[in-house]
Design a protein around this ligand. Structure first.
Ligand SMILES: [Zn+2]
Length: 255
């Protein structure tokens, strides 16, 4: 194909990037991803992944759009606030208008241990946009049990973190933080707030990591977690143990 024609194509700039290429773009098109939580972080991830051409996206969220979401949640409008639209359906509608070449399925539901298998049916990778530890723990348990790779992401105030997980190969969330994650153990954005910029910085790292995991089944070779702070301009990459912990309740199947 001539260069001028190639450059007019939707994914040309991404396929020109040496880490992806035309071959990588094909893998992205063939990928099936679930985004759990479609608030600020999940919405920003879904926005990047839909535009990047991930062939199938399942968007899972239990909430409805509120005015206080618009400061940082990029899939919704004031119209969605007026209609109190379910985020999963408003997000599906918006992203369909951005990319009609992919399949998008909004699911208005809470992600729990009970419906995890059903919600992850046919999915190759999961992106964490959960706003509470219970949902995140359910994602970890389900992904470890089903051997589905996933990317943990979280952010609060001006700080964010991401961690790619390949069940059975790299440490899972419970290997690192324990399995007893409860809502009352953590501050949340209703108490300490969250900047729109940290959401997008964290989602940028999380979505890039998800794309790389789609393209390269061996990534990451060296497990890690990244912590960023957009207010103070710091970025820290922490190396994790090379394998799951033998004492982990999720990885040992006792969770
Ligand atoms: Zn584990």
């Amino acid at each position: 194909m001539e260069t001028a024609e190639f450059l007019k194509q939707r994914y040309s700039r991404q396929a020109l990037f040496r880490g992806i290429g035309v071959e990588g773009q094909e893998k992205i098109r063939a990928a099936r991803a679930a985004v759990v939580g479609l608030g600020a972080l999940g919405g920003a991830n879904a926005n990047i992944l839909a535009r990047a051409g991930v062939g199938f996206l399942r968007l899972i969220d239990r909430d409805r759009v509120e005015l206080s979401n618009l400061q940082r949640q990029c899939l919704f409008t004031e119209e969605d606030v007026r209609h109190s639209s379910p985020k999963a359906l408003a997000g599906e509608r918006y992203l369909r208008s951005v990319n009609s070449e992919i399949s998008i399925e909004g699911v208005h539901a809470e992600f729990t241990d009970e419906n995890a298998r059903e919600l992850l049916e046919g999915v190759d990778i999961v992106i964490d946009g959960a706003d509470n530890p219970e949902a995140r723990r359910a994602v970890n348990r389900a992904c470890v049990a089903l051997r589905v790779p996933w990317v943990h992401g979280g952010c609060l105030d001006c700080r964010g973190n991401i961690m790619p997980i390949r069940p059975g190969v790299t440490p899972c969330l419970a290997c690192v933080f324990g399995d007893d994650l409860r809502r009352d153990m953590f501050p949340n954005c209703n108490i300490v707030g969250v900047l729109g910029s940290v959401v997008h910085a964290t989602a940028g790292l999380e979505a890039a990591t998800a794309l790389r995991m789609i393209i390269d089944p061996a990534y990451p070779k060296e497990p890690f977690i990244i912590n960023i702070d957009v207010w103070n301009g710091t970025f820290r990459r922490v190396k994790l143990p090379p394998a799951p912990s033998p004492d982990c309740p999720a990885c040992s199947g006792n969770g």
